[in-house]
Design a binder for this molecule. Structure first.
Ligand code: MAN
Length: 348
Protein backbone atom coordinates (compact mmCIF):
# COMPACT_ATOMS: atom_id res chain seq x y z
CA UNK A 1 0.00 0.00 0.00
CA UNK A 2 1.26 3.47 -0.82
CA UNK A 3 1.74 5.62 2.27
CA UNK A 4 3.04 9.12 3.05
CA UNK A 5 6.50 8.01 4.23
CA UNK A 6 9.67 8.60 2.26
CA UNK A 7 11.90 5.92 3.68
CA UNK A 8 15.67 6.44 3.88
CA UNK A 9 17.37 4.52 1.04
CA UNK A 10 20.01 3.58 3.66
CA UNK A 11 17.46 1.61 5.75
CA UNK A 12 17.88 -0.26 7.99
CA UNK A 13 20.17 2.30 9.65
CA UNK A 14 21.06 0.02 12.55
CA UNK A 15 21.02 -3.76 12.92
CA UNK A 16 21.50 -5.86 16.08
CA UNK A 17 25.04 -6.76 14.99
CA UNK A 18 26.04 -3.07 14.98
CA UNK A 19 26.37 -2.90 18.77
CA UNK A 20 28.06 -5.05 21.38
CA UNK A 21 25.99 -6.81 24.04
CA UNK A 22 26.04 -5.19 27.47
CA UNK A 23 27.55 -8.36 28.92
CA UNK A 24 29.48 -11.14 27.13
CA UNK A 25 26.92 -13.76 28.24
CA UNK A 26 24.15 -12.00 26.32
CA UNK A 27 23.33 -11.47 22.66
CA UNK A 28 21.62 -8.49 21.07
CA UNK A 29 18.35 -9.67 19.54
CA UNK A 30 16.86 -6.34 18.47
CA UNK A 31 17.71 -2.66 18.13
CA UNK A 32 14.49 -0.74 18.02
CA UNK A 33 12.19 2.13 18.95
CA UNK A 34 14.66 4.98 19.53
CA UNK A 35 13.93 8.20 21.36
CA UNK A 36 15.44 11.09 19.37
CA UNK A 37 16.87 14.46 20.39
CA UNK A 38 19.36 17.13 19.39
CA UNK A 39 22.27 17.89 21.70
CA UNK A 40 25.59 19.66 21.05
CA UNK A 41 24.85 20.02 17.29
CA UNK A 42 24.29 16.30 16.80
CA UNK A 43 21.28 14.07 16.32
CA UNK A 44 21.07 11.43 19.02
CA UNK A 45 19.16 8.20 19.25
CA UNK A 46 18.34 6.62 22.58
CA UNK A 47 17.94 3.15 21.16
CA UNK A 48 16.24 0.24 22.87
CA UNK A 49 18.65 -2.70 22.92
CA UNK A 50 16.83 -5.97 23.55
CA UNK A 51 19.06 -8.79 24.71
CA UNK A 52 18.70 -12.48 25.40
CA UNK A 53 20.79 -15.58 25.91
CA UNK A 54 22.02 -17.86 23.12
CA UNK A 55 19.34 -20.57 22.85
CA UNK A 56 19.90 -24.34 22.74
CA UNK A 57 17.62 -26.91 21.15
CA UNK A 58 14.87 -28.26 23.36
CA UNK A 59 15.15 -25.59 26.07
CA UNK A 60 14.19 -21.98 26.44
CA UNK A 61 16.42 -19.52 28.27
CA UNK A 62 15.13 -16.17 29.35
CA UNK A 63 16.71 -13.38 31.39
CA UNK A 64 15.50 -11.63 34.54
CA UNK A 65 17.31 -9.03 36.62
CA UNK A 66 17.57 -10.29 40.21
CA UNK A 67 17.28 -8.29 43.44
CA UNK A 68 21.00 -7.42 43.35
CA UNK A 69 20.68 -5.94 39.86
CA UNK A 70 22.41 -8.82 38.04
CA UNK A 71 21.00 -10.73 35.11
CA UNK A 72 19.86 -14.21 36.04
CA UNK A 73 19.03 -16.88 33.48
CA UNK A 74 15.98 -19.09 33.75
CA UNK A 75 16.02 -22.39 31.85
CA UNK A 76 12.81 -24.20 30.94
CA UNK A 77 12.43 -27.33 28.75
CA UNK A 78 10.36 -26.42 25.69
CA UNK A 79 7.98 -29.33 26.38
CA UNK A 80 7.24 -28.16 29.94
CA UNK A 81 3.42 -28.11 30.21
CA UNK A 82 3.66 -24.98 32.39
CA UNK A 83 5.28 -22.99 29.55
CA UNK A 84 3.26 -20.87 27.10
CA UNK A 85 5.60 -19.45 24.42
CA UNK A 86 3.41 -18.51 21.47
CA UNK A 87 4.40 -14.81 21.16
CA UNK A 88 8.08 -14.01 20.34
CA UNK A 89 7.94 -11.16 22.88
CA UNK A 90 6.45 -12.71 26.01
CA UNK A 91 6.42 -15.99 27.92
CA UNK A 92 4.03 -17.34 30.51
CA UNK A 93 5.66 -19.83 32.87
CA UNK A 94 3.90 -21.40 35.85
CA UNK A 95 1.22 -18.72 35.56
CA UNK A 96 3.72 -15.81 35.70
CA UNK A 97 4.61 -13.46 32.83
CA UNK A 98 8.17 -12.88 31.61
CA UNK A 99 9.76 -11.18 28.62
CA UNK A 100 11.87 -13.18 26.16
CA UNK A 101 14.37 -10.28 26.11
CA UNK A 102 15.48 -7.57 28.52
CA UNK A 103 15.99 -4.08 27.19
CA UNK A 104 18.24 -1.20 28.11
CA UNK A 105 18.74 2.14 26.35
CA UNK A 106 21.89 3.03 24.41
CA UNK A 107 23.02 6.48 23.21
CA UNK A 108 24.21 6.83 19.60
CA UNK A 109 25.03 10.08 17.82
CA UNK A 110 25.26 11.31 14.25
CA UNK A 111 26.16 14.45 12.35
CA UNK A 112 24.06 13.59 9.27
CA UNK A 113 21.11 11.76 10.85
CA UNK A 114 21.95 8.61 8.86
CA UNK A 115 25.23 7.21 10.14
CA UNK A 116 25.29 6.69 13.90
CA UNK A 117 28.18 5.86 16.21
CA UNK A 118 28.27 4.94 19.87
CA UNK A 119 30.49 7.46 21.69
CA UNK A 120 32.41 6.23 24.76
CA UNK A 121 31.54 9.41 26.61
CA UNK A 122 27.94 8.36 27.32
CA UNK A 123 26.95 5.32 29.37
CA UNK A 124 23.90 3.16 28.62
CA UNK A 125 20.79 3.48 30.75
CA UNK A 126 19.66 0.32 32.51
CA UNK A 127 16.60 -0.62 34.49
CA UNK A 128 17.10 -0.01 38.17
CA UNK A 129 15.04 -1.01 41.16
CA UNK A 130 12.27 -3.53 41.49
CA UNK A 131 9.86 -1.77 39.10
CA UNK A 132 12.40 -2.07 36.24
CA UNK A 133 13.46 -5.71 36.82
CA UNK A 134 12.51 -6.73 33.28
CA UNK A 135 14.16 -3.69 31.72
CA UNK A 136 13.37 -0.28 30.25
CA UNK A 137 12.01 0.31 26.74
CA UNK A 138 10.75 2.72 24.08
CA UNK A 139 11.88 6.03 25.53
CA UNK A 140 10.40 9.34 24.40
CA UNK A 141 12.70 12.36 24.87
CA UNK A 142 11.06 15.78 25.31
CA UNK A 143 13.06 18.93 25.78
CA UNK A 144 11.92 21.96 27.73
CA UNK A 145 14.46 24.79 28.21
CA UNK A 146 17.70 22.98 29.15
CA UNK A 147 16.06 19.88 30.60
CA UNK A 148 15.37 16.63 28.75
CA UNK A 149 12.48 14.51 30.03
CA UNK A 150 12.87 10.79 29.38
CA UNK A 151 9.62 8.85 29.58
CA UNK A 152 10.05 5.12 29.08
CA UNK A 153 8.34 1.80 29.67
CA UNK A 154 9.40 0.33 33.02
CA UNK A 155 8.78 -3.42 33.05
CA UNK A 156 8.76 -5.76 36.04
CA UNK A 157 6.81 -8.66 37.47
CA UNK A 158 4.59 -5.98 39.06
CA UNK A 159 3.51 -4.77 35.61
CA UNK A 160 4.31 -2.35 32.80
CA UNK A 161 4.35 1.34 33.74
CA UNK A 162 5.93 4.66 32.73
CA UNK A 163 9.20 5.76 34.34
CA UNK A 164 10.66 9.28 34.20
CA UNK A 165 14.27 10.41 34.37
CA UNK A 166 15.52 13.89 33.60
CA UNK A 167 18.92 15.14 32.48
CA UNK A 168 20.60 18.30 31.30
CA UNK A 169 23.93 16.83 30.15
CA UNK A 170 23.22 13.16 29.28
CA UNK A 171 25.75 12.11 31.91
CA UNK A 172 23.89 12.82 35.15
CA UNK A 173 20.27 11.68 35.44
CA UNK A 174 17.62 12.32 38.06
CA UNK A 175 15.28 9.41 38.63
CA UNK A 176 11.72 10.55 39.24
CA UNK A 177 10.25 7.05 39.63
CA UNK A 178 7.14 5.62 38.01
CA UNK A 179 4.84 8.48 36.97
CA UNK A 180 2.04 6.36 35.46
CA UNK A 181 1.55 2.99 37.20
CA UNK A 182 0.67 -0.26 35.36
CA UNK A 183 -0.69 -0.92 32.94
CA UNK A 184 0.60 2.13 31.09
CA UNK A 185 3.13 2.96 28.35
CA UNK A 186 3.67 5.24 25.31
CA UNK A 187 4.00 8.46 27.33
CA UNK A 188 5.04 11.63 25.49
CA UNK A 189 5.38 14.95 27.31
CA UNK A 190 4.55 18.09 25.28
CA UNK A 191 7.64 20.28 24.77
CA UNK A 192 5.88 23.48 25.83
CA UNK A 193 3.65 24.36 28.71
CA UNK A 194 0.14 25.50 27.79
CA UNK A 195 -0.93 28.24 30.17
CA UNK A 196 0.95 27.20 33.28
CA UNK A 197 0.52 23.44 32.80
CA UNK A 198 2.58 20.58 31.48
CA UNK A 199 0.71 18.06 29.31
CA UNK A 200 1.44 14.45 28.44
CA UNK A 201 -0.12 11.76 26.29
CA UNK A 202 -0.12 8.31 27.83
CA UNK A 203 -1.69 4.89 27.21
CA UNK A 204 -3.32 3.07 30.10
CA UNK A 205 -4.91 -0.29 29.30
CA UNK A 206 -8.20 -1.47 30.65
CA UNK A 207 -8.76 -5.19 30.40
CA UNK A 208 -12.50 -5.73 30.62
CA UNK A 209 -14.32 -2.45 30.05
CA UNK A 210 -12.52 0.08 27.83
CA UNK A 211 -9.32 -0.77 25.98
CA UNK A 212 -5.86 0.45 24.97
CA UNK A 213 -6.57 4.14 24.41
CA UNK A 214 -4.53 7.37 24.33
CA UNK A 215 -5.18 9.65 27.30
CA UNK A 216 -4.10 13.20 28.14
CA UNK A 217 -2.83 14.21 31.58
CA UNK A 218 -1.77 17.55 33.02
CA UNK A 219 0.68 18.58 35.68
CA UNK A 220 2.01 21.68 37.39
CA UNK A 221 5.55 20.31 37.84
CA UNK A 222 6.02 17.74 35.04
CA UNK A 223 6.27 14.91 37.56
CA UNK A 224 2.87 14.56 39.29
CA UNK A 225 0.01 14.09 36.84
CA UNK A 226 -3.77 14.45 37.10
CA UNK A 227 -7.00 15.48 35.33
CA UNK A 228 -6.75 12.49 32.98
CA UNK A 229 -8.95 12.48 29.89
CA UNK A 230 -9.42 9.84 27.22
CA UNK A 231 -8.66 11.27 23.75
CA UNK A 232 -8.21 8.57 21.13
CA UNK A 233 -9.77 5.12 21.03
CA UNK A 234 -9.10 2.10 18.90
CA UNK A 235 -11.56 1.82 15.99
CA UNK A 236 -13.35 -1.49 15.31
CA UNK A 237 -12.81 -2.72 11.77
CA UNK A 238 -9.92 -0.35 11.02
CA UNK A 239 -6.13 -0.75 11.04
CA UNK A 240 -6.02 0.57 14.64
CA UNK A 241 -8.74 -1.72 16.02
CA UNK A 242 -6.80 -3.31 18.91
CA UNK A 243 -4.57 -0.62 20.41
CA UNK A 244 -3.27 2.88 19.89
CA UNK A 245 -0.34 4.69 21.52
CA UNK A 246 1.38 8.06 21.08
CA UNK A 247 4.72 8.49 19.32
CA UNK A 248 7.10 11.30 20.34
CA UNK A 249 6.10 14.76 21.66
CA UNK A 250 3.23 16.38 19.71
CA UNK A 251 4.35 18.91 17.09
CA UNK A 252 3.10 22.51 17.22
CA UNK A 253 1.54 23.49 13.87
CA UNK A 254 -0.66 26.45 12.90
CA UNK A 255 -3.70 24.16 12.92
CA UNK A 256 -3.03 22.52 16.27
CA UNK A 257 -0.83 19.99 18.06
CA UNK A 258 -0.05 17.20 15.63
CA UNK A 259 0.55 13.79 17.18
CA UNK A 260 1.85 10.78 15.29
CA UNK A 261 0.67 7.53 16.86
CA UNK A 262 0.88 3.79 16.31
CA UNK A 263 -2.16 1.62 15.93
CA UNK A 264 -2.36 -2.17 15.83
CA UNK A 265 -5.08 -4.55 14.77
CA UNK A 266 -6.00 -7.89 16.33
CA UNK A 267 -3.25 -9.57 14.27
CA UNK A 268 -0.62 -7.33 15.98
CA UNK A 269 0.14 -5.49 12.73
CA UNK A 270 1.44 -2.01 13.59
CA UNK A 271 0.94 1.04 11.35
CA UNK A 272 1.27 4.79 12.03
CA UNK A 273 -1.48 7.41 11.96
CA UNK A 274 -1.91 11.00 13.17
CA UNK A 275 -4.35 13.20 15.04
CA UNK A 276 -4.65 16.89 15.81
CA UNK A 277 -5.40 18.62 19.12
CA UNK A 278 -6.50 22.18 19.79
CA UNK A 279 -3.52 24.48 20.49
CA UNK A 280 -5.00 26.04 23.64
CA UNK A 281 -6.94 23.03 24.89
CA UNK A 282 -5.28 19.76 23.80
CA UNK A 283 -8.13 17.73 25.29
CA UNK A 284 -10.10 18.78 22.17
CA UNK A 285 -9.29 16.40 19.33
CA UNK A 286 -9.92 18.24 16.05
CA UNK A 287 -9.16 15.57 13.46
CA UNK A 288 -7.62 12.15 12.85
CA UNK A 289 -6.33 10.22 9.83
CA UNK A 290 -8.80 7.53 8.75
CA UNK A 291 -6.03 5.68 6.89
CA UNK A 292 -2.54 5.00 8.16
CA UNK A 293 0.22 7.42 7.12
CA UNK A 294 2.72 4.56 7.19
CA UNK A 295 2.20 0.85 6.63
CA UNK A 296 4.81 -1.93 6.86
CA UNK A 297 5.77 -2.66 3.26
CA UNK A 298 9.53 -3.13 3.02
CA UNK A 299 11.12 -6.51 3.74
CA UNK A 300 12.81 -5.13 6.88
CA UNK A 301 9.37 -4.07 8.19
CA UNK A 302 7.58 -7.27 7.24
CA UNK A 303 9.97 -9.80 8.68
CA UNK A 304 12.23 -9.74 11.71
CA UNK A 305 11.88 -10.44 15.42
CA UNK A 306 8.19 -9.51 15.22
CA UNK A 307 7.09 -8.83 11.66
CA UNK A 308 4.66 -6.37 10.18
CA UNK A 309 5.62 -3.56 12.54
CA UNK A 310 6.47 0.12 12.11
CA UNK A 311 6.65 1.86 15.49
CA UNK A 312 7.94 5.34 16.25
CA UNK A 313 8.72 7.19 19.45
CA UNK A 314 11.26 9.71 18.17
CA UNK A 315 11.46 12.44 15.55
CA UNK A 316 13.14 15.66 14.43
CA UNK A 317 11.16 18.58 13.00
CA UNK A 318 12.71 21.08 10.55
CA UNK A 319 10.16 23.42 8.98
CA UNK A 320 7.68 21.26 7.07
CA UNK A 321 9.98 18.24 7.21
CA UNK A 322 9.35 15.59 9.83
CA UNK A 323 12.01 12.93 10.12
CA UNK A 324 10.86 9.97 12.12
CA UNK A 325 13.13 7.24 13.37
CA UNK A 326 11.31 3.99 13.86
CA UNK A 327 11.59 0.38 14.86
CA UNK A 328 10.96 -1.98 11.93
CA UNK A 329 9.78 -5.55 12.62
CA UNK A 330 10.82 -5.00 16.27
CA UNK A 331 14.41 -5.61 15.18
CA UNK A 332 15.92 -2.73 13.18
CA UNK A 333 16.21 1.04 13.47
CA UNK A 334 15.08 2.87 10.33
CA UNK A 335 14.32 6.42 9.24
CA UNK A 336 11.66 8.08 7.07
CA UNK A 337 10.70 11.62 6.12
CA UNK A 338 7.23 13.09 5.92
CA UNK A 339 5.85 16.46 4.92
CA UNK A 340 3.89 17.89 7.86
CA UNK A 341 1.47 19.64 5.50
CA UNK A 342 0.81 16.33 3.74
CA UNK A 343 -0.05 14.71 7.06
CA UNK A 344 -2.31 17.67 7.92
CA UNK A 345 -4.10 17.24 4.58
CA UNK A 346 -4.77 13.57 5.37
CA UNK A 347 -6.64 14.45 8.60
CA UNK A 348 -10.43 14.30 8.58
C1 MAN B 1 4.74 -6.00 24.63
C2 MAN B 1 5.74 -5.72 23.52
C3 MAN B 1 7.13 -6.08 23.98
C4 MAN B 1 7.45 -5.40 25.30
C5 MAN B 1 6.39 -5.73 26.34
C6 MAN B 1 6.59 -4.96 27.62
O1 MAN B 1 4.63 -7.37 24.82
O2 MAN B 1 5.69 -4.36 23.19
O3 MAN B 1 8.09 -5.66 23.01
O4 MAN B 1 8.70 -5.85 25.75
O5 MAN B 1 5.12 -5.38 25.83
O6 MAN B 1 6.53 -3.59 27.43
Amino acid sequence: MKDLARRFPENPLLLPKDVKPSNPGLQVISLLNPGVFQFEDKIWLLVRVAESIAQKEGVLYFPVINATGNTEIIEVPLNDPDLVATDARVIKYKGLDYLTTISHLRLLSSTDGIHFIEPDSHASLFGSGELERFGIEDCRVSRMADTYYLTYTAVSDSGVGVGLRTTKDWVNFEKKGVIFPPHNKDCAIFEERIGDKYYALHRPSSVEIGGNYIWLAESTDGVRWGNHRCLIKSRPGLWDSARVGAGAAPIRTERGWLAVYHGANAKNQYCLGAFLMDLDDPSRVLARTPDPIMVPTETYELSGFFGYVVFTNGHIVRGDELTIYYGAADEFVCGAKFSISEILSALV
